[in-house]
Write a protein that binds this ligand. Sequence first.
Ligand code: GLA
Length: 437
Amino acid sequence: MVWVPRCNLFDPARNNDTPFLRTLVDGCHAIDLPMKKTLFFATLLLATTAWAQKFEGLALTPPMGWNSWNTFAANIDENLIRETADTMIANGMRDAGYVYIVVDDCWEAKERDAAGNIVADPKKFPSGMKALGDYLHSKGFKFGIHNCAGTETCAGFPGGRGHEYQDALKYASWGVDYLKYDWCNHGTADARETYKTMRDALHKAGRPVVFSLCEWGQNKPWEWAKDVGHLWRTTGDIMSAYDARQRWENGWKLILDLQYTLVPGEGPDDGIGQYAGPGHWNDPDMLEVGNKGLTLAESRAHFSLWCMIAAPLIAGNDVRHMSKEVHDIMTDKNVIAIDQDPLGKQGWRFRAETGREIWVRDLAGGDMAVCVLNTGATAADLTTDWSVMSSILHGDYAVRDVWAKKDLGTTRTPRTDHVESHDVMLFRLSRLPPSDG
Ligand code: GLA
């Protein structure tokens, strides 16, 4: 006899695994027990492989791109996005790796259409989102979009709750490659189950999408989101400041500290760095590099430290009007190479002492990045004595100043550098052959 399951395994309405499994068992009650068991596990396996997965092979290094929120908030339209893309080609950002152009909140019309479809604001995006996606693709970019796991986005536009499968199909039809999914207005929803529903919906829609969870670290996504998305926000929002704080927003230094204190401990397994790796990254929020509120030194240090912690590099400035200095920070290929290092190991804070911090990161091929941050309010002469790092170094290394693009000798000799307030020295260490030692 051919068994036709009465249970609909592919019911888009399912929200979590428990009712789903119950349906499966109920639907199979007419079959004898061993057969039931076999069918149960075979079907479960099928369901797991067919459904319960994110798109693999994406974001093997931290995603790079641009997002509209930090500078433009609600003031977005298709011209801004196209001009940004055009500028990023002309100024070399695209070729430096910034390929995801993400339209954040406020692109939607206030209401879904009569069929429940999410629609773009016809005034801001008169050509429609498919046309925008086509434009970005034709220019060598990938198309990113923002929405929310709750009933409404943080800015009050329609959210995805209850429309996950419908929205995922819509996004696929527009050519969306990246979805940032927020957490406002989620009511009593369970974060893990809610994000899994959207993951499954995206997977069912069939177009590979980088899934960016924006749940602000409230439910410790580093512990469970590896199989759900490709990156997860770890904190509330960043703001364009060094260490200022508002109710919901923190300057980048405070956000950086939080990465480290969210999970207590000591050494490289301290903090949340241990949870990151190729295809699954901690996201300390988008860059404020080049925005008002940061000195050039603070922008350089912010960029350096985001690279040290393998953060997604999502520019948040107006790239159409940026200084040469800011441009040079954001497109420095040797600094970006630290962020994009193929080993994918997040760096960690080796030492925090009065006036400075030392961050270290293991790189592919035995290299190491070391970043010394002047946390003081004035410029200082900071001495880096490599011998204090002997527990994590393996012999002697050649030392290169990454920003100055200069070789600086070896780790056999301590060095002293004059570092401006909130600026960094960023070193790349390369192992010397033992014969040189
Ligand atoms: C939240 C997110 C931000 C941004 C806004 C948009 O605050 O954390 O990054 O997407 O929503 O409303």
